[in-house]
Design a protein around this ligand. Structure first.
Ligand code: F0G
Length: 459
């Protein structure tokens, strides 16, 4: 069929009813939640753009797959289906299921990282960096500078800067670098892709220095779609082919299957090396479960195997990215400052530009997310100084260039009208921006403080 718009390749069979709230109720709810949208009750939320994680609508086929769950403790039929699917679609030979992405990060970090090691990556992710640090490593950011500039329109802001990588090797030596960790569609950069050209160069670089290449493949299908749209030579390849090619360039992967693969829970660690697999099997029984289920129920492994196949369909991906681009375009038409190009899983509001009167030390993105909730019951997420946390050596706040509010779009869940309401709400908050107050912590957890920290308004 001729392509006309990003309209969805599915229709709605069941709906989930939502509670509508008043502004007064929302003001009370956000104050009780300590101005942290993670601490709101979901019942009090109208449009939930907190995350794209575990919140997708599963298809009729995935739900049918749930009924085929083989809940045996060992050797579940669904595990073999999942393992075979990962081999066919993602290239990796061995699979160890985990309860979600961070379960895989924990096991991988414990096996590969020694005290005093350095782990370079194309920008940090919160849980990934923490597991690297808990294992004794130090994360080093090797993403291109453009990724830290919300206004840069570089088509592949997820790319690696080889000067930064070479400097690291010169400074600490290749034997202090157990692996390079590369994320596809870099979350903290605004959902920005890495190019296959850059990834291929990275593969060669890793071979030259005899360093492993690990792939955080949480949003690999979205990255593949951007490659198809933007990179020379890939226009006639399918998302499925590009996904395989990306994975095939790397040695191992951690996956949060709650995103791309559209299941509510689950993840895995996958690899080609038999020795690494053996070590992962030894550890997974300590932290997750037997190596043929890890942290997952049989039915969830079945839904995941089906979700992987659905996630790499071109029609699915053009509707997915099309919806996000629609939201981005409408916001831009209204003059809202956002990260460009539009991300693969979200549109990111530039909180520094929207609330210039709030210094970064008073958490402008946290304040903006709270204000948006009060305005219309839309729940977004801070991705700025609160998420960045503190340097483990100095105890100082990391002060990232990017001080963002993420409007994250769950897969197959919201309509175009929901996107329109979102735009209207952001515009309304912007009109009254000078009424938004800065925040200070009333409780600051030591690790991953953005999840459970609470705040009060200043002044
Ligand atoms: N890697 C990336 C790039 C992620 O975005 C996430 C989760 C993880 C790893 C960890 O996976 O949650 O299954 O343990 N991101 C979610 C988000 C939480 O909202 O961005 P997990």
């Amino acid at each position: 069929m001729e392509k006309r718009s990003w309209a969805e390749p599915y229709k709605i069979k069941m709906v989930e009813l939502l509670k509508m709230t008043t502004r007064e109720e929302r003001e009370k709810a956000i104050a009780e939640a300590g101005y942290n949208t993670f601490l709101l009750r979901s019942e009090d939320v109208y449009i939930d753009l907190l995350t794209d994680s575990g919140v997708s609508a599963m298809s009729d086929r995935q739900w049918a797959g749930m009924m085929l769950g083989d809940e045996a403790y060992a050797g579940s039929r669904n595990f073999y289906h999942l393992e075979e699917t990962i081999r066919d679609y993602y290239s990796y030979k061995f699979t160890v299921p985990t309860h979600q992405g961070r379960g895989a990060e924990n096991i991988l970090s414990q096996i590969l990282i020694k005290d005093g090691d350095y782990v370079p990556g194309n920008m940090y992710f919160t849980t990934t960096r923490l597991h690297q640090e808990l294992a004794g490593g130090t994360f080093i950011d090797i993403i291109i500078d453009e990724a830290h500039d919300p206004a840069s329109t570089h088509p592949f802001k997820g790319n690696v800067d080889f000067h930064k990588l070479n400097n690291l090797v010169n400074d600490v030596g290749a034997d202090k670098i157990p692996y390079v960790c590369i994320a596809t569609c870099v979350n903290m950069a605004g959902g920005q892709p890495i190019s296959l050209d850059n990834l291929r160069e990275l593969r060669n670089w890793c071979d030259k220095h005899d360093i492993m290449l690990v792939h955080d493949m949480t949003r690999v299908a979205e990255n593949a779609y951007f490659i198809q749209q933007r990179e020379d030579g890939y226009q006639n390849k399918t998302v499925k082919e590009i996904v395989f090619e990306i994975c095939d360039l790397t040695d191992a992967a951690t996956m949060s299957s709650k995103k791309d693969a559209m299941v509510n829970i689950g993840g895995f660690l996958a690899m080609n090396d038999a020795d690494l697999y053996e070590k992962a099997c030894e550890l997974v029984v300590v932290y997750e479960g037997l190596h043929t289920y890890g942290g997952m129920a049989g039915r969830d492994m079945e839904a995941l195997a089906i979700g992987i196949k659905e996630s790499v369909q071109d029609d699915h991906m053009s509707a997915r990215i099309g919806q996000i681009a629609y939201l981005g375009r409408r916001l831009e038409e209204e003059g809202v400052p956002i990260v460009k190009p539009y991300g693969g899983h979200a549109i990111f509001l530039d909180a520094k530009a929207i609330l210039p009167h709030i210094p970064q030390a008073q958490y402008p993105a946290q304040a903006l997310a709270a204000a948006l909730y009060v305005e219309s019951g839309i729940r977004a997420m801070e991705r700025g100084v609160v998420s960045a946390g503190r340097n483990k050596e100095t105890g100082e706040n990391y002060m990232p260039n990017l001080e963002l509010v993420r409007l994250t779009i769950p897969r197959r869940v919201y309509t175009q009208a929901h996107m329109d309401v979102t735009v209207e709400s952001v515009v309304e908050v912007m009109k009254n921006a000078n009424e938004v107050k800065g925040l200070e912590f009333t409780y600051e957890p030591k690790m991953l403080r953005f999840f459970q920290g609470t705040f009060k308004q200043i002044g």
